[in-house]
Design a protein around this ligand. Sequence first.
Ligand SMILES: Cc1cc2nc3c(=O)[nH]c(=O)nc-3n(C[C@H](O)[C@H](O)[C@H](O)COP(=O)(O)OP(=O)(O)OC[C@H]3O[C@@H](n4cnc5c(N)ncnc54)[C@H](O)[C@@H]3O)c2cc1C
Ligand code: FES
Length: 273
Amino acid sequence: MSTYKPKNFKILKIIEETPNIKTFTLKPLDETKFNFHTGQFIELTVYGIGEAPFTPSSSPYETETIDLTIMRVGRMTEVLHSMKEGDIVGVRGPYGKGYPVEEFKNKEVLIIGGGVGLAPLRSLILTLIERISEFKKIILCYGARTPQDVVYKYIFPKWKKIKGLEILRSVDRCQVDEWDETIGVVTCLLDKINVDVKNTVAIVCGPPIMMKFTTLKLVEKKFKPQQIYLSMERNMSCGLGKCGHCQIGSYFICKDGPVFSWEQLKDIPEPFE
Ligand SMILES: Cc1cc2nc3c(=O)[nH]c(=O)nc-3n(C[C@H](O)[C@H](O)[C@H](O)COP(=O)(O)OP(=O)(O)OC[C@H]3O[C@@H](n4cnc5c(N)ncnc54)[C@H](O)[C@@H]3O)c2cc1C
Ligand code: FES
């Protein structure tokens, strides 16, 4: 079978997370299991329209189905958002390297997400929760533009009960009495947390501007470049390290990433452009 030929998956369930973000639960039509490492990505085909990369937001321990949390931004995602439960899409992958979870053992894991950037981080958090005793503690700092833009609203009450997982959330703006947590950009949450910087890894995913300012703030807080991990996005085509579309410096995001340490990226001019 061609490496580029997708397998058919059925849309089992659709959750409307926000006005422009939906979570799609997909199941392979041939009933095979789908295995991936948290942080790896897949190429999703909407037949007749095109293909785009997305990172599963579900736990890799769940192999019967995968969840993709997808923001409507352009042609392909627009059509995807109009699809219904029961419709068929194509999936190929998984690709890339994902999160180096073994390197997080016995450390404090600081996870910082912005907007739909919580998608791959949800997969990571679900992975860490399965093995929670292996980490010193997990802190999630999550920011969205408004309370309506917060994804996975139904998950936070469950996560807040988990011992060893601390959650701080912020919104950039809100109406009076609409939000009783922090108001401000997500980086302001970093002033509220208490971590042992020397023994902490920081994992960041969000829009490029958020990743840039979060990285600067972590560096200011004395995180070393090798302690910071970033999920990078570029236009992709093959997903296999062959076409060069996703090049950043000397790396291919599809093959060498999409997760990179700041140590790998810091000398590349304008890595967040
Ligand atoms: C490894 C990887 C993992 C990804 N995982 C996810 C994921 O889990 N969920 C998700 O929603 N997206 C994810 N993306 C981004 C996703 O691939 C794009 O949003 C998608 O390709 C857009 O396709 P389109 O045809 O709808 O938009 P296009 O027609 O290609 O783009 C329309 C417009 O939207 C802009 N645009 C493209 N991407 C974004 C974006 N992310 N945010 C804002 N504007 C954008 C483009 O610059 C363009 O102006 C990931 C990207 C990569 C590389
Ligand atoms: S998408 Fe072709 S090399 Fe990365």
